[in-house]
Design a protein. Sequence first.
Length: 560
Amino acid sequence: MLMDLGFVGPEQVAQAQTEAVASGVGVVDFMVANKLVRPEDVTQAKAAHFGAEVVSLGAMQIADDVIAAVPRHIAKKYRVVPVYKHDSTITVAIADPSDLATIDSLTHLLNAEVVLQVAGEAEIDAALNKYYGGRGGGMEDERFKGVIEELTREHVEVAGAGADDGGTVEADAPLIRLVNQIIIDAFKMRASDIHLEPLPKRFRLRYRIDGMLHEMKNPPKRLQPSIIARLKIQSNMSIAEHRIPQDGRIQTNVGGKTIDLRVSCLPTNHGESIVMRILDKEGLRLGLGELGFLTDDQQTFEKVIGLPDGILLVTGPTGSGKTTTLYSCLHFINRPDRKIITVEDPVEYVLSGINQVQVSDAVGLTFSAALRSILRQAPNVIMIGEIRDLETASIAINASLTGHLVFSTLHTNDAPSAVTRLIDIGVKPFLVASSTRCLMAQRLVRKVCRKCGASWSPPESELRSLGIDPASTPNATYMKGKGCPDCSNTGCRGRMGIFEIFVIDDEARKLIYEKVPSSVLRARAREMGMRTLREDGVRKVLAGMTTPDEVIRATVGDEA
């Protein structure tokens, strides 16, 4: 096409082909690099080949409503710029009109007929920066300019983060070292989250360790914009956007271990607040005993997750360890003769041997849509990240009734309330009764530090709160940590679960079918021998595994 349009002669093409093969590059790329043809000539040839028009983005001002027709994440991902919009048709500029996958995806994502025009790579880049934000768009704060140039020049990853960890960082990149050190220190201190919060006169840094927030030495307030910009660049967020929340991920290597950081950025009154969730892939494969199950509960639970079909629901508030419990269940039953598929939002940990599906509302892949397709994949076990609506619940229950074992989570305070919750969202009581095998509520409590834990006598008020009679428990071993460097002088190191396990029997199914209140169902569960969260916590207090105040804090409102 370049020859037909007269931009290059046959002899030049023949010579370029020979030299391009020797150099291992494309012929057209070679000709552009050696200035045999201009980039705009290539753009015109592409457009002519596909019968599309060439558009000059730099010479036009695109209206805001046209830009709004293509969301930022789609424009950035597929490298397209909307040019015109008319009724159900959107005209977009693209650098490569031969990319059929992109064109097909745009049609579905935008739910509109897409008309193509062709523009050069440089023009596409400039327009994306101008209308959607990025370097060169004139939208970013001048304060960031030096930092961004430095970071771009250095190309330093988080992994190269300090002499002690075997990494190397250039001496003239103090900001990079500071940000890296914040992440490394959090990992070494076993933090689950890093909170960077802009306040009126300081930039607060806090780590969440064993569920409790601990304030660290705060970075200088003057470095707040630079630190936030650094983290946003690493997380592939737009540093030019300060008005809306953004999410991203950082993958790094600390001390020889690969960790993921899920990063959330939220605009506040005094700047952008950053929270990073540390996802330690290697620390995930916990056995059921390590979760905190005592022997009898573990045997009951192992029996339930070994069933061929039915639903197991794990309930509790956000941050109570539900997802970790479900992952441990999958790890326990993951064998070559079982096909396991999960539907999650987001997929936080990658498990070997398991098919994991990431929910994406942007392309219409919702929990319910994914589940409908999953059933055609003939799995033995399905894990659903969370039952949120009637459609998801119905498909999960139908799957359990057709020979699948289904694991999922639900937000309720105790185990019997999960039945009421399912009925409230519209599931028929007889379906809940026939499909549910086990309901389990859980909370997390901190464990007594093994290194500094010692015997002690708890206050009578705490024992009374837990319903413990010292006279009737002469063999109790009450333990409490004195505080040591290993536990950062807190007396606690690590967390474990306390559980409320309700195995559904025929009589419980009859009560569910009759749609009795959760209080009646709870009374029946107690008759069957179900221990409440607080009672399971008391067993662990008497065994010296945790302290009374931890159980009281985790089970406020639970009956003694």
